[in-house]
Design a protein around this ligand. Structure first.
Ligand SMILES: [Mg+2]
Ligand SMILES: [Zn+2]
Length: 185
């Protein structure tokens, strides 16, 4: 099977508004325009994979079941728009009680997806709203990193870490379709 590129997406601040720890469905709110954007990215033939740190679980702020409830709600809403992610990976650890390789900036979630889907990391993208998202992408060998301003309020020196800075995920499909066209020339 040919290797495929992927778009790795952080969740909170990229897909949904980051109101702090999102432990209930009531706190889950899609960022405007994200649903059609995901459909547009799907049409560009990328694997679409969520990689999300959920340290609120190990911190005891919400249970693992509560995480799954929120995740199920997100997926239901996406299904209503005929969209599904290829996979959703989460790290429940807080980086203090447990040493793990999944908590970003560690690359474990991305590498697990790479092995499972035979992903070509060089042509893949990592989209996030924190420097740790960008670092995880780099450590995993992802070719292009992108910060969005829809989540965290990022200082200039953090923005400078990424290859691209966009206001939100909404702007990504246009950039990727341009890249595809130019690679065909
Ligand atoms: Mg985030
Ligand atoms: Zn972890």
């Amino acid at each position: 099977m040919d290797k495929q590129p992927a778009i790795f997406l952080d969740r909170d601040g990229v897909i949904n508004q980051d109101h702090g720890y999102i432990g209930t469905v009531e706190r889950f709110e899609f960022i405007e325009g994200v649903l059609p954007s995901l459909q547009a990215l799907r049409a560009l033939q990328y694997r679409l994979i969520v990689v999300t740190n959920q340290s609120g679980i190990e911190r005891g702020l919400y249970t693992e079941q509560a995480y799954h409830d929120v995740n199920d709600y997100m997926q239901q809403r996406l299904h209503q728009h005929n969209f599904a992610f290829d996979a959703i990976y989460y790290c429940p650890h807080d980086g203090q009680h447990t040493t793990c390789d999944c908590r970003k900036p560690n690359p474990g979630m991305l590498l697990a997806a790479q092995a499972r889907f035979n992903i070509d990391m060089r042509t893949s993208w990592m989209i996030g709203d924190k420097v740790t998202d960008i670092q995880a992408g780099r450590q995993a060998g992802v070719g292009t990193t992108c910060l969005v301003r829809s989540g965290q309020d990022l200082p200039q020196h953090v923005l400078a870490e990424a290859d691209w800075v966009l206001d939100s995920l909404v702007h990504l499909p246009a950039i990727l379709s341009l890249e595809k066209k130019s690679s065909l020339i």
